[in-house]
Structures are given as structure tokens and as C-alpha cells.
Design a protein around this ligand. Structure first.
Ligand SMILES: NC(=O)c1ccc[n+]([C@@H]2O[C@H](COP(=O)([O-])OP(=O)(O)OC[C@H]3O[C@@H](n4cnc5c(N)ncnc54)[C@H](OP(=O)(O)O)[C@@H]3O)[C@@H](O)[C@H]2O)c1
Ligand SMILES: *C1O[C@H](CO)[C@@H](O)[C@H](O)[C@H]1NC(C)=O
Ligand SMILES: *[C@@H]1O[C@H](CO)[C@@H](O)[C@H](O)[C@H]1NC(C)=O
Length: 346
């Protein structure tokens, strides 16, 4: 027989159970609601990206400039810059090619004239020199041209990942001079004409190294982040004047810089990459919610989206530390390789 104390405890338990049920029902509903809402937003954002990449068209290149107008491409003679030059020429733009080596520029100019019926001009200058007389020459060249497209493509990264405390002063200075100062000075020369003519495109190459803080490439990473912030701000200034600004985000592409020769789904050729970039002007691709920015190549876009959506975030300490581990490995391998090659040649 149950004592009165046991009965009282039983009643107490039942009361607790009842209270828990009463509380649990709405709590479960709230959590289910939040979960479903969260998932729906992620699914919606994923489909928005897919639509941006594969369904919605970008601004047509023909609408950006009049027939016979010019495109200026920096770092034009090789890799991604060469591909921008060729594909814009194929769309009928005359091309002003800028990079260091005159012989490479001449070869490309001849090739473009043979393939497409457009005019070309070349200017050999080293952006690392930051020489006023080079910029004066460029100013004279663009003064009388109807420039409707500027491709800020020239860039330099560290030769191998290196701790900031050990970075050569020259490498550090060159990265900032080429990537930041060069981009600003060329754009400053070209943009007043675009505003006056009420149209144009400023396209600047960025990289995931600037998107995600990248230890052992700290200077490069910072310089690319500079271009991101600058592009978003500039876009707001000039879009009322009909000038589009687009920062193009990219993970690896096969080229001399990346030292990767064979393309794959994750690492496109410059041709594939530039085709995606020029086809998606004004679309965000994988760069959702970042003004004036696009990650146009599909596999890079999915990677960008996943970084933003499925990790604690690009600026999270843990994510940055994982990235440091990756770059420490790359540095070790690069140093071992340099050592092997040193032994071979000695
Ligand atoms: N490849 C990748 O995986 C990757 C990934 C993300 C972002 N990016 C970005 O894409 C852009 C192009 O990269 P890429 O891979 O095509 O490079 P690339 O194949 O090494 O070509 C670089 C071009 O820039 C010129 N150049 C280099 N230094 C110069 C200087 N100081 N002054 C003037 N011209 C110079 C080179 O011509 P000369 O030798 O004749 O000067 C060449 O035409 C860069 O901004 C890079 O940061 C590349
Ligand atoms: C600097 O140039 C390199 C090589 O083109 C490029 O990968 C990097 O994104 C550039 N950084 C900035 C800030 O432009
Ligand atoms: C800049 O270029 C001009 C013309 O090529 C040259 O005479 C001058 O010495 C250069 N200046 C510097 C600081 O290198």
C-alpha cells in the first residue's frame, strides 16, 4: 500500500510532467519554426545563386559601350588578362594593352588584329616602378579615346607563403604598389571620361586570398580586401552616372601565377574563367549581399557560398586558423622543392 508520502510524491511527479508538457509543446514549436525558417532561407539563397550563375543573364557587353569604343586591360599579355583582351576584341572592342614586356604585347596585338577586326594600342610599363612618366603616357593615350571598359587585372602575390615578420621589404612594397596604387591610378585616369559619357565598366580582379584573411599571405590578403572595400564604395559613387563597378572574386585559375597547368572543375582555364566573368556583369554569382561584387565561375561560387553559409564565417578565428595550417603546409612544400632544385643545379 502506498503511504501518503508516496502518494504525495506521485502527485508531485505528475504535476511536474504536466508542467513540462505544457512548456515543451510551445518550445518545440518555436525551435521547429526557427529551424524551418533558417533552412528555407539557406535553400532560397542557394537557389538565388544557381539562378544568378546559370539562368539570369548579365549586362550585355554591347550595352556598356558604343561600337568602336575601347577597353583598357592591365597585366594584359598573359593568363587572365590576355583572355580578357581576346574575348573583348571578339566582342568588337578596340583594345589598349598594358603590361611590362613590349615583345609580349606586340605578339598579342598582332594576334588580336589577325583574329578580330579591331584596333589595338600597347603601352609597356612596370606598375611596380610607380613612375609618373608612365602614367603621363597612359593619360595621353586615353585622353582622346572613348574608353568604355577598364579591366584592372595586373597583380602580384608573394612568391611563396611567408610569415609577415620574414617578408622581404621589396615584395611587400611591390604588392601594395602594383595591386593598390596601380589600380587606383589607372582608374583615376579613366573614370572621369566614363562619367562624362555616362557609361562604362570598371572591372577589378580580386581573389579568395582577400575574401578570407589568409595567414602567410597577409600583405596580399590585405591588398585584395582593400580593392573589395574600394570597389563597393566607388560603385555607389558612380552608378548614378551610369558607370558599373564590378569586383570579380576568384579562387585558383590555371596560369603562370598559380603555377597550375591542368584545368579541372575547381580550377578553370583563363578562357573558361573570363567567359563566366564577362557573361555575368552585374550579377553576384556566389558573392551574395556584397555590393558591386561577383564570384562568376560556378565552382568558385559554390565554394564562396559554402564558406559564407556553412562555416562560422570568413572572419571567424577558427576558420582563419585552419587557413593558416593550409598555408604553413604550402610553405613547407615550397621550401622543400626549392631545396631539391637548389641541390640539382649546384
Ligand atoms: N591565377 C590565379 O589562380 C588567380 C586567382 C585569383 C586571382 N587572380 C588574379 O588575377 C589577375 C591575373 O592573374 P594571372 O594568373 O593571369 O597572372 P599571370 O598569368 O602571371 O599574368 C600576369 C600579367 O600581368 C603582367 N604583369 C605582371 N607584373 C607586372 C608589372 N609589375 N607591371 C605591369 N604588368 C605586369 C604580366 O605581363 P609582363 O610579364 O609582360 O609584365 C602578365 O601579362 C591577378 O590580379 C591575380 O591576382 C589570379
Ligand atoms: C594583387 O595581384 C595579384 C596578382 O594578380 C592578385 O592575385 C591579387 O588578387 C592582387 N591583389 C590586389 C589587392 O589586387
Ligand atoms: C621614369 O621613367 C622615365 C622615362 O622612361 C625615366 O627617364 C625616369 O628615370 C624614370 N623615373 C624613375 C624614378 O625611375
Amino acid at each position: 500500500m502506498a503511504t501518503s508520502q508516496q502518494m504525495a510524491e506521485g502527485a508531485d511527479d505528475a504535476m511536474h510532467q504536466l508542467a513540462e508538457d505544457v512548456w515543451a509543446a510551445p518550445t518545440t514549436a518555436v525551435f521547429t519554426f526557427i529551424g524551418v525558417l533558417w533552412l528555407s532561407l539557406k535553400i532560397f539563397s542557394f537557389w538565388r545563386m544557381i539562378a544568378s550563375l546559370f539562368i539570369l543573364p548579365g549586362t550585355s557587353l554591347a550595352r556598356l559601350g558604343k561600337k568602336g569604343s575601347w577597353a583598357v586591360v592591365t597585366g594584359a599579355s598573359d593568363g587572365i588578362g590576355k583572355e580578357y583582351s581576346v574575348q573583348l576584341a571578339q566582342k568588337g572592342y578596340n583594345i589598349l594593352l598594358v603590361s611590362r614586356t613590349q615583345s609580349k604585347l606586340d605578339t598579342l596585338a598582332t594576334e588580336i588584329q589577325r583574329l578580330c577586326n579591331v584596333q589595338t594600342k600597347t603601352l609597356a610599363m612596370d606598375f611596380a616602378a610607380n613612375n609618373d612618366s608612365d602614367y603621363a603616357k597612359l593619360r595621353n593615350m586615353v585622353q582622346d579615346l572613348d574608353v568604355s571598359i577598364l579591366i584592372n587585372n595586373v597583380g602580384l602575390s608573394h612568391s611563396i607563403p611567408v610569415p609577415f615578420a620574414e617578408t622581404e621589404e621589396k615584395e611587400m612594397k611591390d604588392i601594395v604598389t602594383i595591386n593598390c596604387t596601380g589600380t587606383l591610378r589607372v582608374t583615376r585616369l579613366v573614370i572621369p571620361g566614363m562619367i562624362k559619357r555616362k557609361g562604362g565598366l570598371i572591372l577589378t580582379m580580386a581573389s579568395f586570398g582577400g575574401l578570407l584573411p589568409t595567414p602567410l599571405l597577409a600583405t596580399y590578403s590585405g591588398s585584395k580586401a582593400f580593392l573589395q572595400q574600394w570597389s563597393s564604395a566607388l560603385s555607389s559613387e558612380v552608378s548614378p552616372h551610369g558607370v558599373e563597378v564590378q569586383l570579380v572574386q576568384s579562387y585558383l585559375v590555371t596560369s603562370a601565377m598559380s603555377k597550375i597547368r591542368r584545368s579541372s572543375a575547381m580550377v578553370p582555364s583563363p578562357k573558361q574563367f573570363v567567359h563566366a566573368a564577362l557573361g555575368k556583369i552585374g550579377r553576384s554569382g556566389g558573392a551574395q549581399g556584397i555590393s558591386a561584387t561577383s564570384t562568376p565561375y560556378w565552382a568558385h561560387a559554390i565554394m564562396h557560398w559554402a564558406l559564407d553559409t556553412l562555416t562560422p564565417g570568413r572572419m571567424n578565428r577558427y576558420v582563419i586558423d585552419v587557413n593558416r595550417g593550409m598555408h604553413e603546409d604550402i610553405r613547407k612544400r615550397a621550401l622543400r622543392k626549392a631545396e631539391r632544385e637548389g641541390k640539382k643545379s649546384s
